[in-house]
Design a protein around this ligand. Structure first.
Ligand SMILES: [Zn+2]
Length: 300
């Protein structure tokens, strides 16, 4: 690189960092574009930040939000692109998004997290069916810990291109986010969608990725998690059979398992869920949003 160009780049970086200093500038705030401009519990927003010059080309940028750091990647026009989400239980109100390179904050923006009521249902069942034994609870805790590890060891780079597909073209029989009161006691909200399907119906990878977890769990039965990169992990539960193994790379449309009724279920269906940096998000809404992200990333 020529000396004047190097100087220009250093100056651009200096001015940029000054602008990004806390409270110094509204320009740094306006650098972060969000789609949509509000974050709803259980939903994904797309983030775009266009930085002057090429000063950060070699550095990995991240967007810090709600205690998590989502990776950003270069998209169309050289702007940085990523996805953020608020978990179903994220606290509503104003929160800050910070775009960081290392420990340096390059841009920040306030955004509102909006509460969403996905509905509540009351269920009454015999007590012996809702109180797992100590042994069953211990088993569940171990399984949850291994799943949390899968959610926190993510590939920062997207492993897929283009829009996603639904894993099963079927009717939704259990909606995302609905809360349950079982014998009057609140349970965790439904973290995915239940799709109708008979035992043995093929389940297809909605996008390319890598198998991050496979275990026959107490509640979820045969459970498969696929890391797609960029902070996204999709999950498939109650399978009768998995057709892929841990660490295996999968391509879009590949049969990854078969619908079943393993685990704690009353009938066969596919529970399909999605985590973005550990936050539970509406998987079918994400399938629609992925079209927009594909355009921002320059995918087909
Ligand atoms: Zn479910």
């Amino acid at each position: 690189m020529s000396r004047p160009r190097r100087l220009a780049r250093a100056l651009a970086l200096l001015l940029f960092c000054l602008a990004a200093w806390p409270g110094a500038s509204s320009a740094a705030e306006s650098l972060i574009e969000l789609e949509p401009g509000i974050v709803t519990q259980g939903q994904v927003v797309l983030l775009k930040v266009c930085l002057p010059g090429q000063a950060f080309e070699a550095q990995a940028l991240r967007a810090r939000f709600l205690g998590q750091e989502a990776p950003l990647v270069r998209g169309v026009g050289g702007c940085w692109v990523g996805a953020l989400a608020a978990d179903l239980n994220a606290s509503p109100g104003p929160h800050e998004i910070e775009v960081k390179a290392g420990e340096m904050t390059l841009a920040r923006r306030q955004v509102k997290v909006a509460a969403k009521d996905y509905g509540t249902r009351q269920i009454t069942v015999a007590q012996k069916y809702v109180a797992p034994s100590r042994e069953q609870l211990d088993r569940h805790q171990g399984e949850m810990e291994r799943q949390r590890q899968a959610y926190s060891t993510l590939d920062p780079v997207p492993l897929w291109r283009g829009p996603w597909l639904a894993p099963l073209d079927a009717e939704v029989v259990g909606i995302f986010g609905r809360r349950s009161l079982v014998n009057g006691e609140p349970r965790s909200p439904h973290g995915g969608v239940d799709l109708r399907g008979g035992v043995g119906t093929p389940v297809r990878a909605p996008a390319a990725g890598r198998v991050a977890y496979l275990e026959d769990t107490y509640f979820g039965g045969i459970t498969l998690l696929i890391d797609h990169g960029l902070g996204l992990i999709s999950g498939y539960r109650h399978l009768s059979e998995a057709k892929v193994g841990p660490g295996q790379e999968v391509r879009q449309g590949q049969v990854i398992g078969l619908v079943g009724m393993s685990g704690r279920v009353t009938g066969p269906h596919l529970h399909f869920d999605m985590h973005l940096m550990g936050a539970r998000v509406d998987p079918l809404a994400w399938v629609a949003t992925s079209r927009r992200l594909a355009l921002m990333l320059g995918g087909s």
